[in-house]
Structure formats: C-alpha cells, structure tokens
Design a protein. Structure first.
Length: 166
C-alpha cells in the first residue's frame, strides 16, 4: 500500500473556512431527551505535519436561549503504522480539559467512524464520531452516545458544513 492510499489523505478536505450549522441535544445524557438546540459557527482548518495531521478552530459567537459563546479546537493525527486517525477535542466551555482520545478510520463506504469510552457526569458512555460526504463541498459530522457498550446508538450532535473559502 502506498502512502497515497493508506488513509493519510482522509481529512484533506479540512483546510479552509467553513460555515457550520449545528443541531445538538439539550441533554445528551438523558436517553429520553428529544429537545434540540440549533446554532451556527465558523470553523477554520489547516493541514499540519506534511499531511499527517490537521487542526481546526470552531468559533460559536452566539447561542440561542442565552447560552454562552464558546471556542473549540480539534487536533487530528494520522498513524501510518496502524492506519488510524487519533482525534482530540477541547473547548472553552470546559477550560483545561482535553476530551478522551477518539480513534478510527474511514471505511470502504466512505464514512469515517471514530470511537472512545468516556465518563460524563458519572455516566459511562461509548462515544462515536462519524464523518460523511467529505468528498463534497458539504461534509457532515455527527456524534452519538451508546449507554449499552455499543449495542445501540443515540445521535446527540449534528454538524453540516458549507465551504466559505480555501
């Protein structure tokens, strides 16, 4: 397998400026919650480490219902030996906290799936990130939690991207 098709180019769409629309569950830890909040942000992404990494910065300047603005940052690093991406997230809404490492890859169906285990407010959850439509100008991302070890999933955050500039 050559360097060109080992997975290192899966996030080559990240560079540039993106308008993002978010739809997020108000309480993702409540399996019965069906109340959503929607908001917009701008994300700026860059390729790093000669293509083996990338970063993005998401700025949410306004939240509905008096929620606080916040800034988030993602670091993604590709491991060519294991052919997986490792993803870290942090935001100003939880200062000084780096969320647990999420690990995965893009599969043959073109969807990237990344997983980790976490404990949120004392509740153990399995976390899944999914990326789709990354070869279009409108990629999508969603996050889902599993409260039963990955048997079932409840999506709790959707992002839709539209490119503003490179």
């Amino acid at each position: 397998m050559s360097d060109d098709d080992d997975g290192r180019h899966d996030f080559d769409f990240v560079p540039g400026v993106w308008q993002m629309h978010h739809r997020k569950l108000v309480d993702p830890l409540d399996p019965e919650c069906d109340e959503w909040v929607e908001f917009d942000s701008v994300s700026t992404g860059d390729i790093r480490l000669y293509g083996l990494g990338n970063t993005d910065r998401m700025l949410v300047e306004s939240m509905p219902s008096g929620g606080r603005p916040f800034e988030g940052m993602t670091l993604r690093l590709f491991d060519p030996q294991e052919r997986v991406w490792r993803i870290w997230w942090t935001s100003s809404s939880r200062p000084g906290v780096l969320d647990p490492l999420v690990v995965g890859r893009f599969e043959e169906d073109g969807v990237g799936r990344f997983y980790c285990d976490d404990v949120l407010d004392g509740t153990p959850v399995r976390v899944r990130f999914e990326w789709s439509d990354t070869t279009t100008g409108t990629p999508k991302w969603n996050q889902a939690f599993s409260f039963d070890g990955g048997q079932t999933w409840k999506p709790n955050w959707y992002n839709w991207f539209a490119r503003l500039s490179l």
